[in-house]
Unconditional design. Structure first.
Length: 111
């Protein structure tokens, strides 16, 4: 006669081992998750004169806005990049500008 509790435990252990084995097999085959899109970085200020660097700092430019609904791409002073995935420019903050960035002079774009 078989013990129903023992059968249930064996069944559970068997299924658990199967799940673990399949996970180990996937890990062993070397497949990795596909990398997401690379975040655009517009922080290279190489060659920018000290006065322009100071203005960038004074206005609090950041490469990624933390202000909801306020990003350089939606700012009146933003000059769009020539192509998607590239840094744009700004009328008052010199150097590369991330469309997802922000500074304290943000002004809503008027169409
Ligand atoms: S003024 Fe500030 S928020 Fe507007 S585009 Fe220039 S850096 Fe971005």
């Amino acid at each position: 006669m078989s013990d129903p509790m023992m059968t249930s435990r064996r069944s559970f252990l068997g299924k658990s081992l199967a799940v673990l084995a399949s996970g180990a097999a996937l890990a062993a085959c070397g497949k990795k998750e596909a990398p997401g899109p690379k975040a655009l970085s517009c922080n290279d200020t190489t060659g920018l004169p000290p006065a322009d660097l100071q203005m960038r700092t004074t206005l609090g430019y950041v490469d990624a806005s933390v202000q909801p609904g306020k990003q350089c791409g939606g700012c009146q002073l933003y000059k769009a990049a020539p192509a998607d995935g590239q840094c744009g420019a700004c009328t008052i903050v010199k150097g590369p500008i991330n469309p997802a960035g922000y500074c304290n002079s943000w002004m809503a774009k008027t169409t």
